[in-house]
Design a protein around this ligand. Sequence first.
Ligand code: ADP
Ligand code: MG
Ligand code: MG
Length: 251
Amino acid sequence: MLDIKNLHVKLEEEDKQILKGVDLSVEAGKVHAIMGPNGSGKSTLSYVLSGRDGYEVTEGSATLDGEDLLELEPEERAALGVFLAFQYPVEIPGVGNMTFLRTATNAQRKARGEEELSASDFLKLVRERAKALKIDADMLKRPVNVGFSGGEKKRNEILQMAMLEPKMCILDETDSGLDVDAMKLVADGVNALRDADRAFLVITHYQRLLDHIKPDVVHIMADGRIVKTGGPELALEVENNGYGDILAEVQ
Ligand code: ADP
Ligand code: MG
Ligand code: MG
């Protein structure tokens, strides 16, 4: 589904190379995790895939089902089914959460060639999915993420994902700042969406999220590259020994 080859990315503003040849293939139906020390380029990878400004691809490619993502505007990527749950979710003052969710959900359905949801069907669905994430009615009425706690923002990102039903879900440290109960809610939200036609890229610092979202493949990223790939046991190795041994081994 997602195919990244030899991706090199630098900052637009300064001459700083951040991604230095990322190779990654994520197949439909799979969950891939990316772990790695702070500053290794994990967020940059997710931003570049979603089309955020400020980065320049200097070499390599990224395709989704064969379509060149890097040529597309962020909203075109979203229409193709790329979704990024942000490490730092943005507040949108003046836009009600419910209105935002409804507009985005219907736009996504339209992009997939599906019918829009009626007002009552949408309401039913959003309430059901919000309830599963313990997001109360009040949070649905407020402006998007404004005044939400860190944990509420992260759960709201997962609610967006659950409503949009994207094909390629990228989660950037959605677990950071969450207590164990909130992390379980997030994991349950992800697991409910696991499907043969959908893939996940889960970026995390901590193995504990991966106790709840069992990854098929774990990658270690360091200094702008994927330096090691393995199964779930790789996450346990990181948890027990840190990154030191792995980095020493690949240098
Ligand atoms: P990670 O998510 O793995 O912690 P990031 O992708 O956030 O890593 O950052 C990778 C490196 O790029 C870091 O050294 C970071 O400081 C740098 N970087 C990323 N974006 C910017 C930016 N807009 N301006 C300056 N440095 C940046
Ligand atoms: Mg970081
Ligand atoms: Mg990051």
